[in-house]
Design a protein around this ligand. Structure first.
Ligand code: AMP
Length: 221
């Protein structure tokens, strides 16, 4: 069976970045993150960037029309042999419907939507363990690296701190927002038979292998 286009859905801390990296290098996916594209547009000062900037700074969603045309443009450049790995898109039902229509228009098989399931407690545990260096930006983890707030960064000597949005209360708020946004999408894709839910709390290497099997159509769901 041919390799499928994929959409990764999951709250912050579920491991989307890590697994996107794995699929990109081991299965040559074209990673498309709307957050990255929008940040690049803002940095470049393009028309799109100017329009998107204030929404992004306020932590709000950029209007559907802008994000949809960004993805549509990229989709038109996609070769037949290339495969999409979408991250951060769709975020609303209007975006999901537009994406379905884009795939229909070009006659591509609809993407699989991988829902990385993880408990709130595990997200809080993972994110609240992060410690960041204010000087070089390196991220450490209390449990993995044994470094805590106030310790010196091994790279540059900066004093490690806990990001304000990685405090347990802020994490719970980010989770609440994620659930509000994603619940309708999960239902939309479940009804269309495109949803695959995986256990994102299992060992990272095991999960990477499972995702590769799913992408190759070698695991039933
Ligand atoms: P991210 O890096 O995915 O967290 O995205 C950073 C910011 O870009 C978000 O807070 C939104 O303002 C904007 N953004 C990214 N993707 C989308 C999307 N699919 N729809 C609307 N806004 C988006």
């Amino acid at each position: 069976m041919a390799q499928r286009d994929l959409i990764l859905l999951g709250p912050p801390g579920a491991g989307k970045g890590t697994h996107a990296e794995y699929l990109k290098t081991h299965m040559s996916y074209t990673h498309l993150s709307t957050g990255d594209l929008l940040r690049a547009a803002v940095a470049k000062g393009s028309d799109l960037g100017k329009q998107a900037k204030s929404y992004m700074e306020a932590g709000e969603l950029v209007p559907d029309g802008l994000v949809i045309s960004l993805v549509a443009e990229r989709m038109e450049q996609l070769g037949d042999e290339e495969h999409f790995l979408l991250d951060g898109f769709p975020r609303t039902i209007a975006q999901a419907e537009a994406l379905t229509a884009m795939f229909e228009r070009v006659g591509r098989e609809q993407p699989l939507v991988i829902n990385l399931a993880i408990s709130d407690a595990e997200v809080v545990r993972r994110l609240s363990g992060r410690r960041m260096c204010p000087d070089c930006g390196t991220i450490y983890n209390v449990r993995r690296d044994g470094l805590d707030v106030g310790d010196k960064c091994p790279q540059c000597g900066g004093e490690l701190y806990l990001r304000s949005d990685d405090r347990p209360e802020a994490i719970r708020n980010r989770l609440k927002v994620y659930k509000q946004d994603s619940a309708p999408l999960i239902e939309y894709y479940r009804q269309r038979g495109q949803l695959v839910t995986v256990d994102a709390e299992q060992d990272q290497h095991q999960l990477s292998a499972e995702l590769a099997q799913i992408a190759r159509g070698r695991r039933s769901y």
